[in-house]
Design a protein around this ligand. Structure first.
Ligand code: PLP
Length: 438
């Protein structure tokens, strides 16, 4: 059961006053109670909430200082760099970058990964123009602005995928503006847009660049939400792209801000040895604990288990779409997506109560990332049915269980009618060394 209205916890600011009368324990209890009280209704944002039983048990008073490179950590053994190297190596395997041929590091999240990828592109192609779709995450345009890279926003199709005809026209325009000379370009493609989870067409983007003879190119893929499930399903490999950013807290559910950036090693190594930290570095300090949690998640679930988690979300998203349509609400999800349900014309009382993300066009979205279960969706639908004076969803027949940890064929456990490639071999998490943090 979803708890009824949580207690009035939204106004706890005064408990945090630093006025000489602090009650740290009381303030912490209040903020924790607020988080828990509202969590069951937090449907609009992609923060998975699976467990990390071992890494939670790691001494919480220890700071793992992952400054340096995956292959060249800071001296003193206060780091968790082996875990960072292992998860980057696993991701490199998954997206088809050969062993030892990658660079990468932990980031603070999707935006940090986009910054690192675009920065690398800028190092390689200092005169580049950056092209991204109008549906790209705002961090892309902001990074272009911060790095003073001229940027072009390319229109999208109605589902938010980059419009390749418009992309073609934008590239042609850049060439015409230069009197026929080919520009250097950084393209940021999105796999899983923030509002509808649309996938840009990587091979279509490549074909347009080929057609125009653009050889000085760098393609960064923003796959913050959907990159890992897509790669686990064999639907995303780097093939022609140079770097990718994925989030650690959106799908995997590491309970702290984190992500990974990973790239193919091309061009010169721009990292420098910093004498006073005793190693090479390009990021400054990184918290090693998220690497341990990512490591645990990959070790527990493996590729097949993560496919099963994503499939669980898909099934739930379909359940929500069907339930909404039964209640007369226009609802939709990308057939290529996993998590995102877009809905039109919801009563304000409902989208406010359930914290559904506004899409800015009168539509709202729910994100059914792992940790969201049938009980959440049914409670939401029951609420909506009550407002519309219609019958709510039928109770689930069997007691609901969370997405299981599976190391076999996930499709044996879930009925799904969509067109996913089946039978891709499970990858054994591989410890990779020698990665760099350019
Ligand atoms: C496609 C995409 N890229 C990047 C980000 C930014 O991620 P973060 O908030 O972790 O910086 C998001 C966040 O919603 C996103 O949806």
């Amino acid at each position: 059961m979803i708890s009824a209205e949580p207690p009035a916890l939204s106004d706890i600011g005064p408990l945090f006053a630093l006025d000489g009368h602090e009650d740290v324990g009381g303030a912490f209890s209040a903020i924790q109670a607020r988080h828990r009280g509202f969590n069951d209704r937090y449907l609009g944002y992609p923060v998975a909430s699976d467990e990390f039983p071992r890494s939670f048990a790691l001494a919480p008073d220890v700071f793992y200082n992952n400054i340096g490179h995956a292959g060249s950590p800071h001296p003193g053994f206060q780091h968790a760099m082996e875990a960072e190297a292992a998860v980057l190596g696993w991701l490199a395997d998954l997206v088809g970058i050969p062993d030892g041929d990658w660079w990468g590091h932990l980031t603070t999240g999707g935006s940090g990964g986009n910054l690192a990828g675009i920065r690398r592109g800028r190092h390689l192609l200092p005169d580049a123009v950056l092209l991204h779709s109008a549906a790209a995450h705002y961090s892309v345009a902001r990074t272009a602005d911060d790095l003073r890279i001229p940027a072009v926003s390319v229109p999208t199709l109605p589902d938010e995928q980059m419009d390749l005809k418009a992309f073609d026209a934008a590239v042609a325009r850049l060439i015409a503006e230069r009197g026929g000379e080919r520009p250097a370009v950084i393209v940021v493609a999105t796999l899983g847009t923030t509002r509808t989870e649309a996938l840009d067409d990587l091979s279509g983007i490549r074909a347009v660049l080929d057609k125009h003879g653009i050889s000085r190119r760098y393609v960064h893929v923003d796959a913050a939400l959907a990159g890992i499930p897509l790669a686990c399903d064999g639907r995303f490999t780097m093939d022609g792209s140079d770097s990718v950013a994925v989030s650690g807290y959106k799908f995997i559910g590491v309970p702290t801000a984190c992500g990974l950036v990973l790239g193919r090693r091309v061009g010169p190594d721009t990292t420098r040895h910093i004498p006073y930290i005793g190693t090479v570095d390009s990021t400054g300090v990184r918290d090693g604990r998220p690497a341990l949690m990512l490591y645990e998640s990959i070790a527990r679930h493996g590729r097949t288990g993560h496919r099963a988690r994503a499939l669980h979300s898909r099934v739930l998203a379909d359940h929500l779409v069907t339930g909404l349509q039964r209640l007369g609400v226009e609802a939709w999800r990308q057939r290529t997506g996993y998590f995102t349900v877009v809905m039109t014309g919801l009563p304000e009382a409902i989208h406010k109560k359930w914290f559904l993300g506004p899409n800015g066009d009168g539509r709202h979205r729910a994100l059914l990332v792992p940790g969201r279960e049938r009980r959440h969706v049914d409670a939401f639908l029951t609420d909506l049915a009550a407002i519309k004076r219609l019958p709510g969803p039928k109770p689930a027949v069997a007691a609901e269980k969370p997405a299981p940890v599976i190391r076999g064929n996930p499709f044996a456990a879930f009925a799904y009618g969509g067109a996913l490639p089946v039978g891709a071999p499970a990858l054994v998490p591989a410890q990779r060394r020698g990665g760099r943090s350019w």
